[in-house]
Design a protein. Structure first.
Lengths: 503, 507
């Protein structure tokens, strides 16, 4: 059974005892996020706040468990929550390689059109957008899909850019040059003096949400990849005030334009790396033309910054469960022999770990810098390369590799080379280094680095059969042994990558 | 600290109280199988494991001094079993199940001594003439390896001035009565001087009566390590042990032994004609002597061997004594998070903490950690940054005090030593990759815990300053996103008061 909407997904969570309906009155003003942060820290049930104003809120619905951050992502794809990391990644990779075209539905059949608000009826402030951290610049919608078209082709990008609500009709949208939609805005629409038509899809079905955080290649249909992930076509419906199509099962859609040559304040904000960062910046302005929504809509939000250390939130779990397999597939497609590419488990986006068999000189350099020129350009500062038998999601193993196998003399590359771009969402640059330039990237450059933590001599391994027997002995004694069997050489052979590096 | 003393059995009983130990009742062979099970248990952050059914005389316990990694959330800290071992004699209800890192560090850094109690009681282990070293059934690490002594202590009398000392040893069984042991070179040299002083250097002096003790308590193990590894040798290890926790002792021939030791191998120490070449644990001599190759055997050395130069000797066993149904603690050497690594991690952190805080006339350092997760190859230090450039000074002080690591991560003084994940996160998000990762010139001695440059070639060291730059204006300092900092007091109170009503916690 596919999961067709956020509501269905929440019902699945509830059936797994992973969701709790909070019937008490809870305010959007810091209270919902405070409860959600504690739930994240305690790995408690996902809170669905039934009694807020005009809509319901759900806090970090895609947050996974600490040792298996992909488990609820899996539920959203109608997969078992107990898949190993290897099984989950390979399943997602398989699905991404089998896109399914979307279908169109009439407005009358689209739940998101239950209520249609135009003109004077448009009022963002009717909805309980959460004020997430004390000190944030404002209230945010930060778990949604931004739909934006390329003005020169049929391509439509789905992406994930937070919006700070300013009043009933406007919001500022975090657009950082270097990513696809921001590039469309800054280097096409704004240069031509044209507004960029957009739709912000709030509470989309899981496959759409997941696709939004992935780096889907330019010119490819995001809706088709979402369909592939889901295993069925995504149903799309036309917007009311522009030509865009949006998922028909979404909870709420904000239609409008991001207008040229206008900026409004955005931030400060408690961000994904676990710190409040500032200063307040200027970002492009969304002018809202219509709002459509389901009856009694549910607005999902993420308590950014709470997905660090031992805790997970939607961002950190989607990074592990969506971006990781997507990046692994992307690197394999580019011809690199990559076993797995996964984020560092306790902080999203800044550092990724790549397991590979290929460690010859030049290869890692090429691999790292290939990524830095694509999806890793803005947020990722570090790649750590480990041997293919080191599980990238096992932080203990990666720390050991870093400490014991990465030689400061030979294995740390591009540190100190301050020539690469960076977004201001960081805390190591000063406000003057960040600047406040029109396209959102920092004024100062930074370094993009990689660390070769692969072994210089082969590991001393025990025979797989002995290892397997040992783990079985422990399990029979009641000891939880999480390390997956796939690490013992049971993994099926992958199809060879097309051509290989230096093809 | 005289008293009844605590032994390994008391400690294991405490671990049962904590539900932090499991019994393997299936028959597990000593030949590599037990070590494989122990390795997996350690790597997975599992409980201590007792092997109840083994083919030999002794049962084994692995992980008695181990603990889970700190990169995932666990109910227990890596050092809790050692904390439990040192408090096993106290009422369980009076001892928290989680031990404060600072308290343990203070205890170990203090290196306090207590007089050892009277030693007229008989050892708990009684001689068994039917036993030899093979029939003990000690575990092996691999199919072709010899039975292993991994958490052993050698007791030897150094003469009337120094008395008995306890020394850490690793060993393997060579035949039914010979045990080849690796021990600190400093002890080897000290023993040589004692022999010369005692009998004027005659040839007969070479044979020294010793006891190799297996299945000893944590204070005995820790004191042996405190005394003989690191930069300052101390021979008064029984008194050091008594300073850590109550230790009961007995006398065997001319030496004092822990009364509760599970197995005692009495015999004669036969020094080799010359000690083996300096291990790379002694980096200062590594440039002038041959060093070990990176062989499998080298991977399976005990963690303490990376801290000091070692020598080799042979114990000729004359007599083996055991307690009834003896149980021997062993460490799956070379495995992540093994007991020996955990013990050295704590001791070295305590030693470094004491030294850096006594170095500048002020005490800016809040804590030092050599996380076992990193195999002792990286050191974390939380410190006040006294002035611009202090990070460099601090890192290089640590490098000069310890030869184990070549990477130092400096985090802010308010960082939590129990949240290794967040401390490491700061390495990635707070340290500027262009400015705060500082590499030395490539002329530093190689580190001894790492797996590269094992030929002793010099190279760079790295320190990472994941701290706020003391030159920054206050407004640049980003507050951390936490429940305490991100919400006003009234919201926090309201949420905490109503938390149970929300029903979010699982059963």
């Amino acid at each position: 059974m596919t999961v067709d909407s956020l509501r269905e997904y929440l019902a699945v969570l509830e059936s797994h005892d992973d969701l709790q309906r909070v019937e008490e009155s809870v305010s959007w003003n810091l209270e919902a996020s405070a409860i959600t942060m504690l739930a994240n820290e305690r790995d408690a049930r996902v809170p669905l706040f039934e009694r807020t104003e005009a809509a319901r809120l759900v806090g970090d619905p895609y947050r996974g468990s600490g040792n298996r951050p992909w488990n609820r992502i899996a539920l959203g794809l109608d997969l078992p929550a107990d898949l190993s990391r290897f099984e989950f990644y390979e399943e997602v990779i398989d699905r991404l390689q089998d896109p399914i075209a979307p279908t169109a539905v009439a407005a009358a059949d689209a739940p998101v059109k239950d209520q249609v608000l135009y003109g004077e009826d448009v009022d963002l402030l009717r909805f309980p957008w959460p004020y997430i951290h004390a000190g944030d610049g404002g209230r945010y919608s930060n778990l949604h899909t931004l739909v934006a078209p390329d003005p020169d082709s049929e391509w439509v990008d789905w992406s994930y850019h937070r919006a700070m609500i300013h009043d009933g009709e406007t919001a500022s949208v975090l657009l950082l040059a270097g990513e696809q939609t921001p590039n469309l805005y800054y280097y096409k629409y704004e240069r031509r003096g044209e507004p960029m038509p957009v739709a912000i899809v709030v509470g989309a079905e899981p496959a759409v949400e997941y696709t939004s955080v992935m780096w889907i290649p330019t010119d490819r249909s995001e809706a088709e990849f979402a369909g592939g992930l889901k295993g069925e076509p995504i149903e799309l419906v036309e917007c009311e005030t522009n030509d865009l199509r949006v998922p028909a099962n979404a909870e709420l859609v904000i239609e409008g334009e991001i207008v040229p040559d206008a900026r409004r304040d955005e931030g400060p904000f408690g961000d994904y790396f676990g710190y409040m960062h500032g200063p307040r910046r200027s970002m492009p302005v969304l002018e809202v033309s219509a709002i459509t929504h389901r009856e009694d809509p549910i607005i999902p939000f993420c308590v950014e910054g709470s997905g660090v250390g031992y805790a997970e939130n939607s961002t950190s779990s989607m990074e592990a469960g969506c971006v990781g397999p997507d990046a692994t597939l992307g690197l394999r497609t580019a011809g690199f022999d990559v076993e797995c590419c996964a984020p560092w488990t306790s902080t999203p986006r800044t550092v990724y770990v790549i397991a590979t068999d290929r460690t010859e000189p030049g290869y890692l350099h090429e691999l790292a810098n290939f990524i830095f020129t694509t999806w890793g350009m803005l947020h990722v500062d570090f790649f750590v390369f480990v041997d293919a038998d080191v599980e990238p999601t096992d932080s203990r193993a990666v720390v050991e590799a870093l400490a014991l196998h990465a030689d400061p003399d030979a294995d740390f590359h591009q540190f100190g080379v301050e020539t690469m771009p960076k977004v201001p969402l960081n805390i190591y640059q000063t406000p003057s280094e960040k600047g406040d330039i029109q396209t959102g990237t920092s004024k100062a450059k930074t370094a993009k680095t990689y660390i070769d933590a692969t072994r210089s001599s082969p590991a001393v391994d025990r025979p797989p059969e002995l290892e397997r027997r040992a783990r079985e002995t422990l399990r029979e004694a009641g000891v939880s042994v999480a390390l997956e069997d796939a690490l013992l050489g049971d993994r099926p052979d992958r199809e060879p990558t097309a051509g290989g590096w230096r093809r | 600290m005289n008293g009844p003393g605590i032994g390994l059995r008391d400690h294991l009983s405490r671990l049962r109280d904590r539900s932090d130990i499991v019994s393997i009742d299936d028959r597990v062979h000593w030949d590599e199988e037990a070590a494989a099970v122990a390795s997996v248990a350690a790597r997975e952050g599992g409980p201590a494991v007792i092997f109840e059914e083994t083919p030999g005389r002794v049962r084994f316990v692995a992980g008695a001094f181990g603990g889970p990694d700190q990169l995932a959330a666990h109910d227990r800290e890596p050092w809790d079993r050692i904390g439990d071992a040192l408090t096993a004699g106290e009422d369980v209800d009076a001892v928290p199940s989680t031990h404060a890192y600072h308290d343990l560090l203070d205890l170990l850094a203090g290196r306090g001594t207590e007089p050892i109690p009277r030693s007229d009681a008989e050892p708990a282990a009684t001689p068994d003439p039917t036993l030899d070293l093979h029939t003990l059934g000690l575990p092996t690490l691999s199919a072709n390896a010899r039975p292993l002594v991994s958490l052993g202590v050698l007791a030897v009398d150094l003469g009337p001035d120094a008395g008995t000392t306890w020394v850490p040893v690793r060993g393997d069984v060579r035949g039914s009565s010979r045990l080849r042991i690796i021990l600190p070179r400093a002890f080897h040299d000290r023993l040589g001087r004692a022999q010369s002083a005692t009998v004027d250097g005659t040839a007969d002096a070479a044979a020294t009566g010793v006891s190799v003790l297996l299945g000893v308590s944590a204070p005995v193990l820790l004191a042996a390590l405190q005394g003989w590894i690191g930069d300052r040798v101390r021979t008064d290890t029984p008194e050091l042990a008594a300073g850590l926790a109550p230790v009961a002792v007995s006398r065997v021939a001319d030496r004092i032994v822990p009364r509760d030791a599970e197995v005692r191998i009495d015999g004669v120490l036969e020094p080799t004609a010359d000690p083996e070449p300096a291990h790379r644990g002694d980096r200062r001599s590594a440039t002038t002597t041959a060093v070990d190759a990176a062989t499998a055997a080298d991977e399976w050395r005990a963690a303490w061997e990376a801290t000091c130069a070692t020598a080799t000797a042979v114990v000729r066993a004359d007599r083996i004594a055991t307690r009834e149904d003896p149980i021997v603690a062993f460490a799956p050497l070379g495995a992540p998070l093994s007991d020996d690594t955990q013990l050295v991690s704590l001791l070295e952190a305590a030693r470094l903490s004491r030294r850096v805080n006594g170095y500048w006339g002020v005490s800016p350092v809040r804590w030092v950690r050599l996380p076992p997760e990193g195999g002792l190859g990286i050191c974390l230090v939380a410190s006040e940054i006294l002035y611009a450039g202090f990070e460099w000074q601090l890192a290089n002080t640590l490098f000069s005090f310890s030869n184990l690591f070549d990477k130092v991560l400096i985090v802010d003084e308010n960082s939590d030593p129990t949240d290794l994940a967040k401390a490491l996160d700061d390495m990635w998000v707070k340290a500027h990759p262009a400015n705060d990762w500082a590499f030395s010139e490539p002329h530093a001695p190689s580190a001894t815990a790492t797996r590269y440059r094992r030929d002793g070639e010099t190279g760079s060291r790295l320190h990472i300053a994941a701290t706020w730059d003391p030159r920054w204006d206050e407004e640049y300092i980003a507050p951390r996103v936490t429940f305490e900092q991100s919400f006003p007091e009234n919201v926090r109170e309201s949420v905490r008061e109503r938390w149970d009503e929300f029903g979010l916690d699982r059963e």
